[in-house]
Structure formats: structure tokens, C-alpha cells
Design a protein around this ligand. Structure first.
Ligand code: ZN
Length: 187
């Protein structure tokens, strides 16, 4: 089932998610609805807050992105596509200090793209939809998407990384998104 996407301005995007405690059929149904919603909107990741539920659960699928990424599972590099979609419940990240600036979008901010500094590598400790521990390392585009989505789970948004001057530049975009209006066509 495709769920409505919550846009910037809705206070649920600022809520920290509750831990996932019950790894049951209801959770798996909700996770599958999140995956369908992400795919229908051509997203590479979706957090539970973006479909109006403050829960520490995100889904990621970067298969269509064709951006270089690596994933190391149990000490071995694995083909990233084979791990997609990736469901992360209760994720905890360790980040490298070295950062790289990349251009990001967000399904809760239609029509807005901004430059955000992100760590180049992440170590992830999470649980899968069965509640089993899931630990891996990621780099490249996958690492960026994981950081963006896990931020959502704690009520953080990509615009929070902007300096006050940069924030001013997107004031009109933010006002437009809050009103639910589409982006103006670029000429
Ligand atoms: Zn987002």
C-alpha cells in the first residue's frame, strides 16, 4: 500500500522515533508499505517519520541510483544491489570524521536540492525485520543515504546542516513546500 508522504512543516518530521520492539507481521507489513511508497516516489530511502510514524525504522534501495557504493558485511565486500532493499530497525551509526559535500534531495522537500557534508564511511549496527542483529560498513552513496535516513529517525533534517546564509537562500523554497506547492519550472 502506498502511503502519503509527510512534507516539511509537519511536526512529526522533528520527532525522535520510538525503538522498534515488536518484530511481527504488522511491522513487516508497514516496512513493505514504506518500500512501496519509496519506490512509487522514485526515492532511494524513506524513514518512518516521512509516512507519519515516529519509529526507528528506515528502508533504503539505491539500486536505481547507479552511484558508486561499497558495503562490507562480516568483513567481506558484498555486491550492494544484492542487499537491497535494506531495512534498518534501531540503527546506530559510527561515522568517520572525514567528510565530503554532496548534493541531496528529500521526498519531504519536493523540488529542493542542497549540498550537505557527510562522512565518507559509516559503521552500522541495526536489526533486520526479524529482529536479528545486522552490522556492516558502507561507503560512497550508500553511506550518504544511510546518514540522511538515520537523521530522519532522530528528527534531524538535511536543511539543519545549512549555515544561516545558505538557509536564507532557500527560504522561499521552504515556504512553498510548507504550503504544499510544487517547484517552479526552471528556465
Ligand atoms: Zn529525507
Amino acid at each position: 500500500m502506498i502511503l502519503p508522504i509527510v512534507l516539511y512543516g509537519n511536526p512529526i518530521l522533528r520527532q525522535r522515533g520510538s525503538p522498534v520492539r515488536r518484530f511481527d507481521a504488522e511491522l513487516r507489513k508497514f516496512a513493505e508499505d514504506m518500500r512501496e511508497t519509496m519506490a512509487a516516489n522514485h526515492g532511494v530511502g524513506l524513514a518512518a517519520q516521512q509516512v507519519a510514524r515516529a519509529l526507528l525504522l528506515t528502508v533504503i534501495d539505491i539500486t536505481a541510483a547507479k552511484a558508486p557504493s561499497t558495503m562490507i558485511l562480516r568483513g567481506q565486500p558484498v555486491p550492494v544491489e544484492e542487499q537491497m532493499p535494506l531495512f534498518l530497525a534501531n540503527p546506530v551509526l559510527s561515522l568517520t570524521k572525514s567528510k565530503e559535500i554532496g548534493n541531496e534531495g528529500c521526498l519531504s522537500f519536493p523540488g529542493l536540492r542542497i549540498d550537505v557534508p557527510r562522512s565518507r564511511r559509516v559503521s552500522v549496527q541495526a536489526q533486520d525485520l526479524q529482529g536479528k542483529p545486522l552490522a556492516f560498513e558502507a561507503s560512497g552513496f550508500l553511506a550518504v543515504v544511510i546518514q540522511h535516513e538515520v537523521d530522519h529517525l532522530f528528527g534531524r533534517l538535511f536543511i539543519d546542516y545549512l549555515k544561516p546564509g545558505q538557509r536564507k537562500e532557500i527560504k522561499e523554497d521552504l515556504a512553498r513546500i510548507r504550503q504544499g506547492l510544487p517547484a517552479l519550472a526552471q528556465d
